[in-house]
Write a protein that binds this ligand. Sequence first.
Ligand code: NAP
Length: 258
Amino acid sequence: MDTGLTNKVVLVTGGSSGIGAATAVAYGAAGARVALTYRSGPDRARQVAERVEQAGGEALAVPLDLERHETIEPAVAAVTERWGDVDVLIGNAVRWGTIMPNSIPFEEVPAEEWTAGLHANVVGNALLVKAVLPGMRANGFGRIVLISSGVAEEGVPGPGVYGTAKMALHGMARALAWDAGRDGILVNVVAAGLTLTERERPVSQEMLDSVAARTPTRRLSTAEDTAGLILYLGSGANRNLTGEIVRDGSNAARSAHL
Ligand SMILES: NC(=O)c1ccc[n+]([C@@H]2O[C@H](COP(=O)([O-])OP(=O)(O)OC[C@H]3O[C@@H](n4cnc5c(N)ncnc54)[C@H](OP(=O)(O)O)[C@@H]3O)[C@@H](O)[C@H]2O)c1
């Protein structure tokens, strides 16, 4: 299958770890020019950049903090100055905030936490899209994949900020699919379930096993599994799928918090 990604310019936010890192490497293997962003981990980002190059792509690590909106345009500008317009945007970075089920009752979440979570994860992603869209429209080609979570549709007891912000990305993708489709730009969401990455999670082995047991394949997705799905949606191989919320195998296990 031709992904059409050779020399395409791909921007993966949050590419310094986990799903973003695996996605950056997958694009590298497809021959793309991959910009990966980091917030606190420049060394991790450099290591991922090396893996992208070893896989056969070109790589550039750039700082980006969704909480600091003034960093968004410069990050995109650094990419376009190096390689030209961004062809593929993977909105993967996340400000996690407090996400553990039952960690805080809803009414105890401070207003500041709502503002910070939506400021970073919703408005930050909107500004990112805003920065790459003109180039995509001018070129008549673009792929945008926003990374959401099963938590958005499923809901878990607790703070709710993370899930609310992720659900907003579903609305953003639907609107964008209509707005940009006529310009050759396809926009989709990957709603990942609990995913195995190299990072330590505050999730017990018991919970991982329990969620895995309730998936069709009886296993959780790895970062590489999810990267493969993202790569397909964010490539020329995806010819006309847009405005969809695509759920991976881990996300088929509902009520993971019970
Ligand atoms: N892992 C899962 O089980 C799972 C499940 C469902 C959905 N997801 C979604 O999948 C995506 C990736 O998750 P992951 O587990 O791979 O994450 P991760 O390993 O924690 O990596 C998060 C990435 O985002 C960056 N980041 C953190 N705060 C940021 C901020 N304020 N602004 C910009 N970048 C920031 C981090 O950069 P630094 O490390 O450099 O600070 C890192 O590159 C997220 O959107 C997440 O919500 C994950």
